[in-house]
Design a binder for this molecule. Structure first.
Ligand SMILES: Nc1nc2c(ncn2[C@@H]2O[C@H](COP(=O)(O)OP(=O)(O)O)[C@@H](O)[C@H]2O)c(=O)[nH]1
Ligand SMILES: [Mg+2]
Length: 467
């Protein structure tokens, strides 16, 4: 990868390329206002480099290259002066008309006047390199942009606001303090350490290790909000899988018919269930079919089944469990599953009860898709199953990013090892000191204190240009 200078003034189109009301071209760097002076003519004749910070100005972007002044677009221009800007550098934002031409021509003009095209995520990278935000917050920017549901957004915004950074920082500071005390005692054997001091250190270590463990654990739920949960609806043909898919999606996405084998392909759609992003998959009914297309569908269903986080196993409440059902029940054994007894409108009460007894009470729900009966209970059961019934309302930092989780996990293991050494009594302070250093390093990795250029490149290359 070509390494560009962070001294350059960068430019990018920050809005999506396509028809829209407004398009934004953004400049950041020392020359931002100087470049704006050359391409912008304010109605009142003043120059952008003389504008007060955080003011908006009406005027035109003008192309003077051919000698004559050609109006490119009518725009609003905002100046945000360093250091109080997104990147901590001078920023100029030009709001022009949406669509492809205006933004493109304005960007080309800025390039000709000395700006360089920004790399993906370079504005945010600069915000990080210039110390306005840490790495967790920078990564949260992308999560905010990509948030799938209101729940995902809440987690991402929490991280952007610094909730997770603060917790990681606090833990890191605490470990640095412990390490300092240990280093200071390294010349004395542990037995000689005063008992009260020893206990105090042990308590601090316990506390910090526990907090770290809690943070690692929060990933179980946090990642769900970031990545979504893959839930697959399984069952023999004609039990009502596609009907349920349409109902939960609130639109007719898949064909429903009384003919078994109607759904031949797996169909995936995203739904929000109380804010949890769920990738819901309707599958071809798993059966011993001879039909070639249906066979392919069944193959695909099985592939999805392997990847799925939860299985919604659908049975017909109005019929006894048959061989086809049993085969599927065997197939999904060992999967986290929810049993849905559909068509309760056709079923006798005794039959529903008898079927229910076969499964764990908190994992079985009787519904009728046709009459929209008990759907709220179904949604609640899925919700509880996904989040263990605990998450959502609680406060506190949440880890949702695999990179963070990985580093925190390593820090946690290092702390467990320190604790083990310490709990033994008479353990070596030297070994403990090394593990503590490791823990400090890994925590630094999360917030970007000890992170390499390669990792930064990898993180920011996933961003869009202009952010
Ligand atoms: N009576 C009744 N019929 C249903 C219900 N849900 C689905 N059906 C019908 O069952 C048939 C098969 O439905 P479909 O969703 O295509 O089943 P799939 O093969 O499992 O995807 C269709 O005729 C649906 O209208 C229900 O709750 N009650
Ligand atoms: Mg179907």
């Amino acid at each position: 990868m070509v390494r560009h200078s962070t001294e350059d003034t960068i430019v990018a189109i920050s809005t999506p390329m396509g028809e829209g009301g407004i398009g934004i071209v953004r400049l950041s760097g020392d020359k931002a206002t100087g470049i704006a002076d050359k391409i912008f003519k304010a109605k009142d004749g003043r120059k952008p480099s003389r504008f007060t910070t955080y003011t908006v100005h009406y005027g035109h972007v003008i192309d003077t290259r051919s000698g004559s002044a050609k109006v490119i677009d009518e725009v609003l221009l905002t100046v945000m002066k360093a250091p109080k800007s997104y990147t901590k550098e001078d920023i100029v934002e030009i709001n022009c008309h949406g669509g492809i031409q205006a933004v493109k021509r304005i960007m080309e003009l800025a390039l000709e006047c000395g700006a360089r095209m920004a790399e993906p995520g370079e504005f945010t990278k600069r915000a990080f390199l210039n110390g306005r935000i840490d790495l967790v917050q920078a990564e949260a920017v992308l999560d905010v942009i990509r948030a799938k549901t209101e729940g995902s957004l809440k987690v991402a915004v929490g991280q952007l606001e610094g909730e997770l950074s603060k917790t990681v920082n606090d833990i890191r500071e605490e470990i640095i303090n412990i390490a300092a005390e240990i280093e200071a005692s390294i010349d004395f054997p542990e037995e000689e350490l005063e008992l009260s001091k020893r206990n105090e250190l042990a308590n601090k270590m316990n506390d910090v290790t526990q907090r770290l463990g809690g943070l690692v654990k929060s990933y179980d739920n946090g990642m769900i909000f970031r990545e979504g949960v893959l839930a697959i609806i399984c069952g023999k043909p004609n039990v009502g899988k596609s009907s349920l898919m349409n109902l939960l999606l609130k639109r007719d996405r898949v064909i429903v018919s009384p003919i078994p084998g109607t759904t031949r392909d797996a169909v995936e759609e995203m739904i929000s269930l109380n804010g949890i992003p769920i990738r819901l998959v309707d599958t071809a009914g798993i059966s011993d079919t001879k039909d070639i297309l249906e066979k392919e569908g069944v193959k695909k269903s099985k592939k999805y089944l392997k990847l799925s986080d939860i299985v919604i196993l659908m049975l017909d409440a109005s019929a006894p469990i048959g061989k086809a059902d049993k085969d599927i029940i065997d197939l999904v054994a060992g999967k986290k599953k929810l049993v849905v007894l559909n068509k309760t409108d056709l079923a006798k009460k005794e039959n529903i009860c008898k079927l229910k007894e076969k499964f764990r009470a908190d994992t079985v729900v009787g519904i009728s898709v046709k009459n929209k009966n008990n759907i709220a209970a179904l949604e609640k059961t899925i919700h509880n199953m996904v989040l263990g019934g605990s998450f959502g309302q609680g406060e506190g930092a949440v880890v949702s990013n695999a990179r963070h989780k990985d580093a925190l996990d390593k820090a946690y293991r290092s702390m467990l090892s320190v604790k083990r050494e310490f709990d033994k009594g008479g353990g070596s302070f030297e070994t403990a000191a090394i593990d503590l250093k490791d823990a400090i390093f890994y925590l630094g990795l999360v917030i970007g204190k000890s992170v390499s250029d390669d990792i930064l490149d990898r993180i920011f290359s996933r961003f869009c240009i202009g952010k």
